[in-house]
Design a protein around this ligand. Structure first.
Ligand code: SF4
Length: 488
């Protein structure tokens, strides 16, 4: 069988996506399968001998890369236009697991949840059957989604550690051996899809992680540890100590960790990062106002935030990026002003330490307690951004912002139903920019109001066909529990 493993973005991002690269490795290890890895920048030559194409979709806008690849291969976008002579086309990844509905007219089937174990079975079925009979047999596999059918998310036990199978200079993270140490996060911030769609939190055994670190060090000196909340690994300090001991005994190791959790930063942790060449790090506070942090279930206190900055400064980091969000439901001007107050406090306690605030805007995501929430108006978010930029610069803090206009369309894509699918084709054909989305909804007469205004608890949601724990009733219960912080 000839399988295309397709990444809907440039190769540098494919190489840095260990989930995708790991599935390529699984496919390559499966007998009788010829695997070709492609990305949007691969010189794709149309080939009539392709039996199946597997896409990995991590971000809401990845559909553009998927359509681009199908276009280059001269394959019709809609599955109803593809007969037996076309390959089986399927996808998995976080975007698909949270809401497959917008893509179900493109894809023959989708994989919901973790892919490692399921992928091998799926490939075996495709390899041993013609298209029609493969599709029939796949209907019996847990976690395989067919349009509109109730499907349970698959949750794997983490056994074989996932790491970068290819380490080279072409990757976005150059010559870096990335190791997944844990999956999901137990903190359940009410907006966080990385937590809610990956419950329960799981981690790999300490010994297996150490083996992977040694394997990585036999290939490169750059090691990155990956996980939604890395320090939640029960033996995280031991892992850091293992790396630190190696550095102190003369090994040149560059260590990368995506972000630190404010309530778990320790001097040893920061010292190890500094010894591993890291100059700056990130802490995610999400909101400066204590009330708002309680409302989103981000249970860190201001004392812990200030302590994390202090420890980072005292132990050798040069600066810290403080990651936050604006537009969280119930946010008021008072909450926005809290950023300025907190910024001043951090600055005065940490003279000479480089602090940058980085803001995204709140995008309500399926399968979280905020999945029903209204998205704030773009103009109001833009004016909050201007205000913050001006006021933070007055106190010497640089700020960065995501684009509220793009975050708006991300909201639409995240919470859309299949009525949006023609818009995706339209936007792809018209250049993929914001203007194309705007003209597309007018020309195609597509109503996106629900995706922005939000849903009622009693309404059927487009993604209700995906069974993920915790179920809807528990998300409602959690949302109601958090409501008491709205007026605190
Ligand atoms: S701590 Fe981070 S990863 Fe964990 S739930 Fe909160 S936002 Fe998500």
């Amino acid at each position: 069988m000839n399988l295309l493993m397709a990444y809907p973005a440039k190769e540098e991002f494919a190489l840095s996506s260990i989930g995708f690269m790991w599935l390529c490795k699984i496919a390559e290890e499966t007998n009788e399968i010829n695997v070709t890895r492609i990305s949007t920048d691969t010189d794709i030559v149309r080939n009539n001998n392709i039996d199946a194409i597997a896409f990995s979709m991590s971000f809401d806008f990845d559909y553009l890369g998927m359509l681009e690849i199908l276009d280059k291969l001269n394959i019709p976008f809609y599955k109803s236009d593809r007969g037996e002579k076309y390959p089986l086309i399927f996808a998995g990844g976080p975007v698909i697991t949270t809401n497959p509905r917008p893509y179900e007219d493109f894809l023959d089937f989708m994989i919901i949840g973790d892919g490692e174990g399921n992928f091998r079975n799926i490939l075996n079925i495709i390899n041993n059957n013609n298209k029609e009979s493969a599709l029939n047999k796949l209907k019996d596999i847990e976690g395989v989604y067919f349009a509109g059918r109730k499907t349970k998310k698959v949750t794997e036990k983490l056994e074989r550690v996932i790491y970068s199978p290819i380490v080279n200079n072409n990757s976005y993270f150059k010559n870096t051996f990335i190791i997944e140490t844990a999956r999901g996060c137990m903190n359940r911030c009410a907006f966080c899809t990385a937590s809610y769609t990956n419950l329960p939190f799981r981690n790999y055994d300490y010994e297996k992680i150490i083996e992977s670190i040694d394997l990585g060090l036999s290939k490169t000196n750059k090691i990155a540890l990956l996980g939604a909340q890395i320090s939640a690994h029960p033996k995280f300090n031991n892992i850091m100590k293992y790396i630190r001991d190696k550095i102190e005994s003369g090994n040149n190791i560059q260590l990368g960790i995506s972000s630190l959790r404010a309530d778990s930063v320790t001097p040893e942790m920061v010292q190890t990062l500094v010894l591993g060449g890291q100059k700056n790090s990130t802490i995610a506070i999400e909101a400066a106002s204590e009330r708002l942090r309680k409302f989103i279930n981000k249970n860190i206190t201001e004392k812990q935030i200030l302590n994390a900055v202090k420890i980072s400064r005292e132990n050798g980091l040069k600066g810290l990026k403080v990651y936050s969000m604006i537009g969280i439901p119930s946010e008021t001007q008072k909450d926005i002003d809290e950023f300025i107050r907190l910024g001043k406090k951090i600055k005065s306690e940490n003279k000479g330490f480089n602090i940058e605030f980085s803001f995204s805007t709140f995008v309500p995501k399926p399968n979280t307690p905020f999945q029903w929430a209204k998205r704030e108006n773009t103009k109001s978010l833009e004016s909050k951004q201007k205000y913050l930029e001006k006021e933070l610069s007055k106190i010497g803090i640089k700020s960065k912002f995501s684009s509220p206009k793009w975050d708006f369309w991300q909201t639409v894509l995240s919470r859309a139903d299949k009525n949006i699918t023609p818009l995706l084709v339209y936007v792809y054909k018209n250049g993929g920019k914001i203007g194309a989305y705007k003209s597309g909804i007018k020309e195609l007469n597509i109503d996106i109001n629900k995706t922005i205004d939000g849903y009622d608890f009693t309404e059927e949601l487009p993604w209700d066909c995906i069974e993920i724990e915790p179920r809807k009733e528990l998300l409602i219960k959690e949302y109601n529990r958090l409501l008491k912080f709205v007026n605190e």
